[in-house]
Design a binder for this molecule. Structure first.
Ligand SMILES: [Fe+2]
Length: 223
């Protein structure tokens, strides 16, 4: 390092600073470690017995961020690809989009009568994968499960519901499924032109995976 360079502490490198404060811990979605055996029915809760909760600190240590939104006071279409707000818009959503550079948004609804090929699509969302960008979802209605791998490669199930805006970091292994209510309506946000490509596991040599491992997993081994 040259003398003119300023050393950036490792913490500052991995945390994307945001001026919009995240929700207090008490408002985060419920999360738990899943039962060890591969779940027979992906839409069921698949908890351990007794239940083993995952804490907000657990989720934050994996790079997940969360904001609680007001999804009741604003109207959103069933589908809009892309979604371009022309009228009054939730000021908190606007502030988050501006602050974090989420220039693209669309709205999709996943429900048997609204999405052709529902069963096959829900199965495909459940393939374990990574992306080469952050995954950002604002749940406008309904609910579902995001499963993420923790540092020991265990599945953590996050029950995301109306009003939840959650981000998963680039390179984290994850999957999604509807729950037994079979309905979720979500806004997908993206920085720049959206690329939704899933890279199915194994993807250990993918640069995004390497970046994630270096930022969130190897760091833990040094503890
Ligand atoms: Fe994904």
């Amino acid at each position: 390092m040259s003398e003119t360079e300023v050393e950036i502490p490792p913490e500052a490198k991995k945390i994307k600073m945001s001026s919009i404060p995240e929700a207090p811990d008490s408002e985060w979605p419920e999360a738990w470690f899943m039962a060890e055996d591969e779940c027979e029915d992906q839409k069921k809760e698949n908890r351990q017995d007794p239940n083993k909760p995952a804490t907000v600190a657990d989720l934050k240590s994996l790079g997940i961020s969360y904001w609680k939104m007001d999804a009741d006071s604003y109207e959103y279409p069933v589908k809009a690809v892309p979604w371009d707000p022309k009228d009054a818009v939730d000021p908190q959503l606007k502030a988050l989009r501006d602050d974090r550079g989420y220039s693209y948004a669309d709205i999709i609804s996943i429900r048997p009568d609204l999405l052709p090929g529902y069963d096959d699509k829900v199965k495909s969302f459940f393939e374990e994968h990574i992306h080469d960008a952050e995954e950002i979802r604002y749940i406008l209605d309904g609910s579902g499960y995001f499963d993420v791998r923790d540092k020991e490669d265990k599945w953590v199930r996050i029950w995301i519901k109306k009003g939840d805006l959650m981000t998963l970091p680039e390179g984290i292994y994850h999957r999604f499924t509807c729950d037994e209510d079979d309905y979720i309506k979500a806004m997908r946000l993206f920085i720049g032109q959206p690329v939704w490509t899933p890279f199915n596991r194994p993807m250990e040599d993918h640069p995004s995976r390497k970046k994630y491992v270096a930022s969130y997993i190897e760091e833990k081994k040094e503890d």
